[in-house]
Design a protein around this ligand. Structure first.
Ligand code: PBG
Ligand code: ZN
Length: 327
C-alpha cells in the first residue's frame, strides 16, 4: 500500500499522538554529570568556555552533589586538578589526593549518588600526556601499571565505578586484575573504549588544566577516520573485563555508537564532550539557536543512535526539564 492510502503524516498530527509513537525517550537515569574538583576551600572557579561549570573545592562539591541528588541524577564522573604535577602523575594514586578526598566527601554527603572516577594521568603529569614519557612518546606498559594503582586507590577511597580514559593497550586488563586481587571484584569498569583524538576536547583541557605541553594525543587516541577499528577496541576492552563501553565524542561519532550498539550486547555510554557543550552554549548566547531545544535534540539523537548512558555537561539542565515534564 502506498500513497494515497498510506499517509505517514497521520501519526504526526498532534503532540499526544507524537508522544505515543515516539521510539526514543530521554530519561533522567541515562545521565552522568562530569565534575571538576580542585584543592582549597570556597573555590568555585568558573570555566570560561563552559558556562555553568566550575572547578570546585571539596566544600563546594558537597553543595553541588546535594543539588545533583535532589535533581535525581544517578551518577557523576570526577576529574581532579592536583596540587603538584610530576613526570609520572603520582598524585593520581595518592591516598589523600584530590579525587580520593572528593569520593569520600560525596559518599559522606549523598551516598546514593553513584561515583564514577576518570582514570587517567594527563591531569597529573607535568607534561600533560596520559601516561609516562619514554623516548618522546607515551610508554604503554609502564603506564598501565600506574593506571591500575590509580584505579585501585579510587576503589579504596569508595568509588563505585572506574572509567579509564587513557587509551593504552591492556589497561582494562591491568585495572581488572588490580581490583580483583585486592577485594574489589564487585567494582565495574566503564572503559573509554572508542575514544578519538578529537579537537572537541579543547574546553575540557582548560577546565582540567590537562593540555599536553608538547605534541598531541594521536599516538594513543583513535584516528577520526576509523570505524572498524572502534569495534576492535570495544571487543578487546570487553575481553579484558570492561562492563560498560564508551564512545567519545558523541555527536560527531553517532555512526560509531550505532555500530557498537548493534555489535555488542553490552551497555553503551557516549560522552557528549566539552566542545559539543560549548558550541551550543556559544551559539545560544549569540542568539543564533534555541539552546534548550538544541540540547534536547542532541541528547535524544545520542540515545537514538544507541547509547544507554550519556555523560553530559547538560545533565542538570536536562534533569530539570525532565522533572518539569516538559518533554
Ligand atoms: C582525559 C580525558 C579527556 C576527556 C575526558 N577524559 C581529555 C583528553 O583526552 O584530552 C575529554 C572530555 C571532554 O572534552 O569533555 N584523558
Ligand atoms: Zn588523559
Amino acid at each position: 500500500m502506498a500513497f494515497p492510502e498510506q499517509r505517514l503524516r497521520r501519526l504526526r498530527r498532534n503532540e499526544t499522538i507524537r508522544r505515543m509513537v515516539r521510539e526514543t525517550a530521554l530519561s533522567i537515569d541515562d545521565l552522568i554529570l562530569p565534575l571538576f574538583v580542585i584543592h582549597g576551600t570556597g573555590v568555585r572557579n568558573p570555566i570560561p568556555s563552559m558556562p555553568g561549570h566550575f572547578q570546585l573545592s571539596i566544600d563546594e562539591l558537597r553543595k553541588e552533589i546535594k543539588e545533583v541528588q535532589d535533581l535525581g541524577i544517578p551518577a557523576v564522573i570526577l576529574f581532579g586538578i592536583p596540587e603538584h604535577k610530576d613526570e609520572v602523575g603520582s598524585e593520581a594514586y595518592h591516598k589523600e589526593g584530590i579525587i580520593q578526598q572528593a569520593i569520600k566527601a560525596i559518599k559522606d554527603t549523598a551516598p546514593q549518588v553513584l561515583v564514577i572516577t576518570d582514570v587517567c594521568l594527563c591531569e597529573y603529569t607535568s607534561h600533560g600526556h596520559c601516561g609516562v614519557i619514554k623516548g618522546g612518546d607515551v610508554d604503554n606498559d609502564s603506564t598501565i601499571e600506574i593506571l591500575a594503582r590509580e584505579a585501585l586507590s579510587h576503589a579504596e577511597a569508595g568509588a563505585d565505578m572506574v572509567a579509564p580514559s587513557d587509551m593504552m593497550d591492556g589497561r582494562v586488563w591491568a585495572i581488572r586484575k588490580a581490583l580483583d586481587e585486592n577485594g574489589f571484584s564487585h567494582i565495574p569498569i566503564m572503559s573509554y573504549a572508542a575514544k578519538y583524538a578529537s579537537s572537541y576536547y579543547g574546553p575540557f583541557r582548560e577546565a582540567a588544566e590537562s593540555a599536553p605541553a608538547f605534541g598531541d594525543r594521536r599516538s594513543y587516541q583513535m584516528d577520526p577516520g576509523n570505524s572498524d577499528e572502534a569495534l576492535r577496541e570495544v571487543e578487546l576492552d570487553i575481553e579484558e573485563g570492561a562492563d560498560i563501553v564508551m564512545v567519545k565524542p558523541a555527536l560527531p561519532y553517532l555512526d560509531i555508537i550505532r555500530r557498537v550498539r548493534d555489535t555488542f550486547p553490552y551497555p553503551v555510554a557516549a560522552y557528549n564532550v566539552s566542545g559539543e557543550y560549548s558550541m551550543i552554549k556559544a551559539a545560544e548566547r549569540l542568539g543564533w539557536i534555541d539552546g534548550e531545544k538544541v540540547m534536547l535534540e542532541t541528547l535524544l539523537s545520542i540515545k537514538r543512535a544507541g547509547a544507554d548512558l550519556i555523560l553530559t555537561y547538560f545533565a542538570k539542565d536536562a534533569a530539570r526539564i525532565l522533572a518539569e515534564g516538559r518533554i
